[in-house]
Design a protein around this ligand. Structure first.
Ligand SMILES: *Cc1c(COP(=O)(O)O)cnc(C)c1O
Length: 398
């Protein structure tokens, strides 16, 4: 059976193969430290779980409006206004089955075949395939480590063509933890406005910020930009709710209506009871968020310090999210890559076999000099894992 061209163009993820290998080792009883996880290692707070249980008991178990219940849209609108100073109407909000689904819907309605969309690397792994599924062309722009892996106005200008339609920004970033300061966004805003680019602002980590920084996105720096920006967020990361599948997009009503229409013909509404839980998350006590962020900040300091003690390893200090992206390229010449394997993939495989540590190769994010380590794991596992990495790298000769 020949599968559709649409899916044949999407390359399988190399991470999946590595993950399978890690799982296989674990199944054999090998103790693997897993730095690969992309979700908080915390429980969904109790009052959120209770809201979902109450929804079930009260029979809130039927279809809801496709783009989300009014109560949830209002909760989202209030948060966007109170936290970011951005005002929206319910018609400018779409609730989907996770932030990823909201992005997918948006790409489908915003971009056509041949449209170019700029994706700064390192990027979240899902952007290029999701753009390709919309038949758009991802234009990958490599950013520089010395600039904190953040896109500069010059780098942006250099890749804009008459076909450029959009730009994706993700701050704090998965995989680097880098955060765009407001002044840098203001500089980018001029270029974005001059070329009337559609901005997709993936703000999913906006609440996981360290060192007392305040969050900013492009819609906040210029009111004109709000008219061409889609703000993307959800409850997955902030409230440790990855399995509940609630995310949302806020932006110009015409595109939100189109994306909601697409959703009506595919998934229909996101789960009714998860929507009620999301209302509780957004309107209830926020102390769980502060506690989680404080713990992530402690681990960020700890893992950063430990990694810098390894000879030849360099790393930026993440300003947010729960990932660190050390540059391990100093060790590349000491291992032999298999044919077709990326250098970061080769190193990640070596670490899995030699150190029993699972990390994600930077090549997956478009930056082959690095690997991604998630610190959404306990303090003790971080200490164990990094000392195993240090030992394994030392064996290669320093
Ligand atoms: C986790 C994540 C998302 C969306 O996650 P959902 O669970 O689908 O809401 C979006 N962008 C980035 C960069 C992420 O890491």
């Amino acid at each position: 059976m020949e599968l559709a061209r649409r899916i044949r163009q999407i390359p399988p993820s190399a991470t999946l193969a590595l993950n399978a290998k890690a799982k296989q080792l674990q199944a054999q009883g090998v103790d693997v430290v897993n730095f690969g996880v992309g979700e908080p290692d915390f429980e969904t707070p109790e009052h959120i779980k209770e809201a979902a249980i109450r929804a079930i008991r009260e029979g809130f178990t039927r279809y809801t409006p496709v783009g989300g219940i009014p109560e949830l849209k209002e909760a989202i609108i209030r948060r966007l206004e109170e936290d970011l100073g951005l005002k929206y109407e319910p018609a400018q909000i779409m609730v989907s089955c996770g932030g990823k689904h909201a992005l997918y819907n948006l790409f489908q309605v915003l971009f056509d075949a041949g449209d170019e969309v700029i994706v700064p690397a390192p990027f979240w792994v899902s952007y290029p395939p999701m753009l390709m599924l919309a038949e758009a062309t991802p234009i990958i722009v490599r950013t520089r480590e010395e600039n904190g892996f953040r896109l500069t106005p010059e780098e942006l200008k250099a890749v804009i063509t008459p076909r450029t339609k959009g730009l994706i920004l993700n701050s704090p970033s998965n995989p680097t933890g880098s955060v765009y300061p407001r002044a840098e966004l203001e500089a980018l805003a001029e270029v974005v406005l001059a070329h009337r680019l559609i901005v997709i602002s993936d703000d999913i980590y906006d609440k996981i910020l360290f060192d007392g920084q305040t969050f900013a996105n492009l819609a906040m720096v210029d009111p004109r930009l709000k008219e061409q920006t889609f703000v993307l967020n959800g409850v997955s990361k902030t409230y440790a709710m990855t399995g509940w599948r609630i995310g949302y997009a806020a932006g110009p009503a015409k595109a939100i209506a189109a994306a909601t229409n697409l959703q009506s013909q595919s998934t229909s509404n996101p789960t009714s009871i998860a929507q009620k839980a999301a209302v509780a998350a957004l309107t209830g006590p926020q102390d769980s968020v502060a506690q989680m962020v404080a713990e992530f900040a402690w681990r960020r300091d700890d893992i950063h310090r430990r990694l810098l003690e390894i000879p030849g390893v360099k790393s930026l200090r993440p300003g947010g999210a729960f990932y660190i992206f050390p540059n391990v390229s100093a060790y590349f010449d000491r291992i032999q890559a298999a044919p077709g394997q990326s250098r970061s993939g080769m190193l990640a495989e070596y670490l899995l076999e030699e150190a029993r540590v699972a990390a994600v190769p930077g090549g997956e994010f478009g930056e082959d000099t690095c690997i991604r380590l998630s610190f959404a794991t306990s303090r003790e596992r971080i200490a164990t894992g990094v000392s195993r990495i240090a030992e394994a790298l030392q064996k290669l000769g320093g």
